[in-house]
Write a protein that binds this ligand. Structure first.
Ligand SMILES: [Ca+2]
Ligand SMILES: [Ca+2]
Ligand SMILES: [Ca+2]
Length: 499
């Protein structure tokens, strides 16, 4: 825990050497040395313990100073290679320690220190770059409400993306047209309205690039006013700095687009949810044709109320997993993982899911996990359960030897619609979108922390209303979570607090 606040005034000016070198004279293990015109003390490596002194002599308001910081900074002079275990201390002038934002580091700043108060780190300029001397690991202290974003209407999905040299954006998939869905630009530390795009019960946005081309595809759930049903790929215009319609693709109550590359080729998969009342229809994988500059159907895959596609790779292998929600009679159905073999996706594994709405792939170290958001448990052939919505969502782990995903953990969720994985410092987290508990849309969404052997443990509750989608993002100012509500025209940005 970090208990000290470092504004510059809390530092007591101190001649470090006078604290450790007795005024009565140089003791054994220390001698005065002159190197290239700079005079300093040379200490033998075995004497370094004798150089410690209490941190309170430097820091005015710091009772509990981290032990690892309570050492004297040593500067290794590489030009004396023959005596590798010797260090040179020199008295630091006041201006050799910089506080505040990152100063330049060139030959002129060589051997200067920079204390970065926001990252709680101490850095040394080696003549070209800042080298980390000490850094306190960041830890999550949970969240604070940062921005309430009134949206055009209820928001099904959020996509957050950055366009190089332009900025940082959030696209919301909104229910009603007009005005349709919206793109917000991060301006002065807040999302501000940037562009409206007419959509038809938009469910989600998918941002992707092909070379220098920038695209944003929307999944439209409903027909337009003329009774036509299609989803639209928009392209970024570098000239107008807006997205414009680029390609229409016929879809059937589209829920999700997933963009991915295999062997340098661009693909786009759509989750077709239903056609009329029929949920057992094809979802389609499109391949980019560089000659025509258009996506063309490449493979159809039978799905049942498809809700989400998630692409991931394991070593040289490419996978695509679909969340199947409903087959017309039951939500207790298989969702399927496909593997790319010989130029097409082939069934790899089936996993029983309960109204699956989202798959989230994530890695911890070299372990690979898949989390499913189970939204409801309904089967017309069996008796009504106590609650369709308070059910487990599960995390699966890839067992490389068995070449299959094996259940790792069950977590009780309330009509879960989305999982989002994020990390802070060296900690890993999952946040779930709990949307409905059978009685109310006012349900807590939960942040779980990875605790190794124990798996994910609930560590924080977030009051949400009809929570639909979570996204994590980072700016230079910090890390954030954003969630959308499918029940009210209000999305929220939360700032992650760290210790
Ligand atoms: Ca997806
Ligand atoms: Ca997700
Ligand atoms: Ca999400």
């Amino acid at each position: 825990m970090w208990l000290c606040d470092f504004s510059g005034t809390d530092l007591r000016p101190l001649d470090i050497l006078s604290e450790v070198v007795p005024t009565s004279g140089v003791r054994s293990g220390i001698r005065i040395l002159q190197v290239q015109g700079t005079r300093g003390f040379q200490f033998s490596a075995s004497a370094r313990r004798a150089l410690s002194f209490p941190a309170s002599q430097i820091f005015l308001y710091c009772d509990l100073f981290p032990e690892e910081f309570s050492i004297i900074i040593t500067l290794r002079v590489l030009s004396i290679p023959s005596k590798k275990n010797e260090y040179i201390f020199s008295v630091m002038k006041e201006e050799s320690m910089t506080l505040g934002s990152q100063p330049p580091c060139t030959k002129n700043e060589k051997a200067q220190f920079w204390f970065n108060a926001s990252r709680k780190g101490l850095y040394l300029c080696d003549g070209s770059a800042w080298v980390t001397m000490l850094e306190v690991k960041e830890r999550l202290d949970y969240v604070e409400e940062y921005q309430n974003l009134m949206t055009n209407s209820e928001t099904m999905g959020i996509e957050i993306f950055g366009i190089p040299k332009v900025g940082f954006f959030a696209a919301t998939a909104n229910r009603y047209t007009p005005p349709g869905s919206a793109i917000y630009k991060w301006t002065d530390g807040k999302f501000q309205s940037y562009q409206n795009i007419p959509t038809n019960q938009a469910q989600s946005w998918c941002y992707f690039t092909i070379g220098k081309k920038i695209f944003l595809a929307v999944a439209n759930f409903e027909k337009n006013q003329r009774g036509q049903q299609f989803s639209v790929i928009y392209k970024w215009s570098y000239r107008t700095e807006k997205f414009f319609p680029y390609q229409r693709i016929a879809t059937h109550s589209a829920r999700d687009w997933e963009a991915f590359d295999i062997d340098g080729e661009a693909f786009l998969a759509v989750a077709n949810h239903r056609e009329g009342d029929n949920h057992n229809i094809n979802s389609v994988i499109y391949r980019w044709n560089p000659r025509t500059g258009l996506f063309e159907a490449n493979q159809t895959i039978p799905t049942s109320g498809a809700y989400d596609w998630e692409f991931f790779t394991v070593g040289p292998y490419s996978f695509l997993v679909v969340a199947n929600t409903f087959n017309g009679t039951s939500t207790k159905i298989d969702s399927h993982i496909y593997i790319w073999l010989g130029g097409s996706f082939q069934l790899f594994q089936s996993i029983l899911t309960f109204g699956a709405a989202d798959w989230e792939v994530f890695r911890i170290g070299d372990r690979i996990f898949l989390a499913v958001a189970n939204s409801h448990s309904y089967d017309s052939g069996t008796v009504m359960p106590n609650n369709y919505y308070a059910i487990n969502s599960s995390i699966y782990e890839l067992n490389i030897t068995a070449q299959m995903f094996v259940k790792f953990q069950d977590l009780l969720t309330y009509s879960a619609l989305d999982w989002e994985f994020f990390s802070v410092g060296e900690d890993y987290f999952l946040v779930v979108a709990n949307s409905f508990d059978g009685f109310t849309f006012s349900v807590n969404s939960i942040i779980y922390r990875w605790q190794g052997y124990e798996g994910f443990v609930a560590v924080h509750r977030l009051p949400t209303f009809g929570c639909r989608d979570w996204e994590a993002f980072h700016t230079t100012a910090g890390s954030y979570l954003m969630y959308s509500s499918a029940r009210e025209p209000l999305s929220k940005v939360l700032k992650l607090k760290t210790l």
